[in-house]
Design a protein. Structure first.
Length: 241
């Protein structure tokens, strides 16, 4: 079975910025997101970006004044982050996000885990273990931000075939295969090469987590304030220690 790390290395890393509509629009979108939730440095000024990828969260957080540690398994994406971050105060770490606490010298006031990253973990137990680590690591009144796709409701028949993005040179489609606790995401990317097309294909699994389940785990661990919403299938949860 292809692991998440292998899937990104073989298929997704090279097209990640493109499939989100380009680097700059993604940065602007997250600047607006952090502004909407009044996220700015107030105490330690330390932020941790779990599953940082190419920097869609890390760079805007640095722009608004945080000292950011960006953690991801895929070095290609971390290299892209470095290339686009200029002189921003961002430290990059190639490692499993679950090990984030090995790389912090002081308690952060913000930890983010966005854009489906939480769904890449192996099990609900692993998610809960991460939540506990986050709670223990944050300073008092520190915040934790999660965004994830709602895969708890099963699509059927042709709804499972999705065109992710396409242009004159590339077509990205996926097929979703539902299992009790996960979804097998089959990604196929066709890229134009002169007069012909070549393709890459691979699959990996994402967890099926509901908004209610995520909220319940965070509440049980001890987070005091939970703000959550769901918009067009995207769950956002912002909690305070």
């Amino acid at each position: 079975m292809t692991t998440v790390q292998e899937h990104y290395a073989q298929v997704l890393a090279d097209v990640y910025s493109w499939m989100f509509g380009g680097f700059e629009p993604a940065i602007r979108k997250n600047l607006e997101f952090f502004k909407q939730y009044n996220i700015s440095p107030r105490e330690s000024g330390v932020a941790i970006d779990l599953g940082a990828g190419c920097g869609f969260q890390s760079i805007p957080l640095a722009q608004i004044g945080f000292a950011v540690t960006a953690i991801d398994l895929e070095q290609k994406l971390l290299n892209e982050l470095k290339e686009n971050s200029g002189k921003s105060n961002i430290k990059t770490i190639q490692d499993d996000l679950i090990n984030f606490d090995r790389y912090i010298d002081s308690k952060p006031e913000l930890i983010v885990c966005m854009t489906d990253t939480i769904l890449h973990l192996e099990s609900k137990d692993r998610v809960n273990f991460l939540f506990q680590k986050v709670f223990s690591s944050l300073e008092d009144k520190g915040r934790f931000v999660i965004t994830l796709r709602d895969l708890s409701h099963e699509l059927s028949e042709l709804e499972r075939f999705i065109t992710v993005k396409s242009d004159e040179n590339m077509i990205f489609t996926c097929f979703l295969e539902y299992e009790p606790n996960t979804v097998k995401v089959h990604d196929i990317i066709y890229k134009k090469n002169g007069s012909s097309w070549k393709h890459k294909k691979s699959f990996y699994r994402k967890l099926r987590l509901s908004k209610q389940w995520v909220e319940k785990q965070l509440e049980d661990i001890g987070f005091s304030k939970i703000e959550s919403s769901i918009d067009n299938g995207l769950i956002t949860v912002v909690v305070t220690k």
